[in-house]
Each structure stands twice: as structure tokens, then as C-alpha cells.
Design a protein around this ligand. Structure first.
Ligand SMILES: *[C@@H]1O[C@H](CO)[C@@H](O)[C@H](O)[C@H]1NC(C)=O
Length: 213
């Protein structure tokens, strides 16, 4: 019986200590998400966590996407991707689209949410449907897709993925304020909006109150 007395307080302490891991920086929270086009956990994260959280708290978030996953770039210039050649193709298209949409994170999220929902246009159908849906010039996207030597998008993504993948070793990687942490990532994959809410509520300038665990 005595054990039961301890259950509630300990779970509350855990909940609040997790909640306090994430804080605002100058009133904002940077959220970097490492994705892979063929990854079902990435699909679930966008659908169940990121899109609803952005709808509530997007004004306070600085989003960054790294469509690289577990890609390996070989010395001979070829790529191996976790979900095969289609994954490589789609991840490259995602990098191109995000670059074209740079400075417009709402459109970037809309684009990625489109690609990561059925029928997964780029990954599943080698289609430019999401490119069209967000109003990107198809010729520009196609040119980027086919000319990786003319930009540094692959190298930039490869570099950006190193530390999150080393620390978290799961796709999607989810990193707050450039601090990769595996426990925080696992929490975020279950209750992102709650974590963001608690971080904002901790910062009186946000005006956000009344978070739920
Ligand atoms: C490039 O290198 C990788 C890894 O060593 C190998 O699997 C692949 O077959 C090579 N591809 C070409 C085109 O040489």
C-alpha cells in the first residue's frame, strides 16, 4: 500500500521536469526536425504533433527541416537512403523545395505536411503534386533536383544531420534550440504541444497560460 502513495508525486515530478527541459530563447523556440520521406514515424510526427502544435503556437516557433534522415553519401558521389532510391529522390526534392520556400516557414510546413501525408507524392509517386500545391515553380524545382552540383543543399543537410543523429539515433530527429537530447525528442514525439505550451507559459512575455500535461 505504501508504494501507491509515492506513485502520484513521482509521476508529477517527472512530468514537470520534462516540461521544464524546453525553454524560450528571446521569446521563441527553435525546432529542428530531421526527416526522411519514407519514414512512418516522421509521417506520424507531422500529422499528430507538429501540424497541430504549429496551429496553436506557430507564432512562437522557428522551424527548420533537415530532409536527410540516415542518408549516406559515398566517396563516389552516390547516395544510400534508409528507404531506398525513392527516399533519396524525394529527400532531395524536399531540400530543393524548402530552399525555394526559405523565409516562409508556414509554406515550408505546408509543403512538408503535404509530402508526408498519403499518397506521399514525391516518395510514393515520384510526383511534383506538393510542389504545385504550394505554388513553387516546377521548372525551378526540377532544375534544382537535377543539378545538385550547383548548390550546397546536400552538404548542408548532411552536416546539419550529424549531431542530432549521433545523439538521438532515431528518425525523425526533433531538436529544441540546437540542443539534441534523446529523452526530450521522445517526449516531443508524444506530446509536443504540451512541451511547447509549458515552455511558453514559463516565459511571461508569451502570454500563454493553462497548459495540460
Ligand atoms: C559507390 O560506392 C558505394 C559504397 O562503396 C557502392 O555501394 C556503390 O556501388 C558505388 N556506386 C558506383 C556507381 O560506383
Amino acid at each position: 500500500m505504501a508504494g501507491q502513495y509515492y506513485l502520484v508525486p513521482i509521476s508529477l515530478i517527472l512530468a514537470f521536469s520534462y516540461a521544464s527541459c524546453v525553454q524560450t530563447v528571446n521569446g521563441r523556440i527553435k525546432l529542428t526536425v530531421g526527416t526522411a520521406s519514407g519514414c512512418s514515424a516522421t509521417v506520424r510526427f507531422f500529422r499528430d504533433q507538429l501540424v497541430p502544435t504549429y496551429a496553436l503556437y506557430g507564432d512562437f516557433l522557428d522551424l527548420e527541416f533537415v530532409p536527410w534522415g540516415r542518408t549516406v553519401k559515398h566517396d563516389n558521389g552516390t547516395f544510400t537512403c534508409q528507404f531506398g532510391p525513392n527516399d533519396c529522390w524525394a529527400n532531395r526534392l524536399h531540400r530543393c523545395a524548402l530552399n525555394i520556400l526559405k523565409g516562409n516557414q508556414k509554406a515550408q510546413l505546408e509543403y512538408m505536411a503535404c509530402e508526408l501525408a498519403p499518397p506521399y507524392p514525391a516518395y510514393g509517386e515520384s510526383s511534383f503534386a506538393c510542389i504545385q500545391e504550394v505554388g513553387i515553380n516546377i521548372v525551378q524545382a526540377d532544375f534544382c533536383l537535377n543539378n545538385p552540383d550547383l548548390d550546397t543543399l546536400d552538404e548542408d543537410a548532411q552536416k546539419a544531420a550529424v549531431e542530432p543523429m549521433a545523439v538521438i539515433n532515431l528518425v525523425p530527429t526533433i531538436v529544441f534550440n540546437d540542443n539534441p537530447d534523446r529523452d526530450v525528442r521522445n517526449q516531443a514525439s508524444q506530446r509536443l504541444s504540451s512541451m511547447v505550451c509549458f515552455a511558453l507559459a514559463d516565459d511571461p512575455s508569451s502570454g500563454i497560460l493553462g497548459c495540460q500535461i
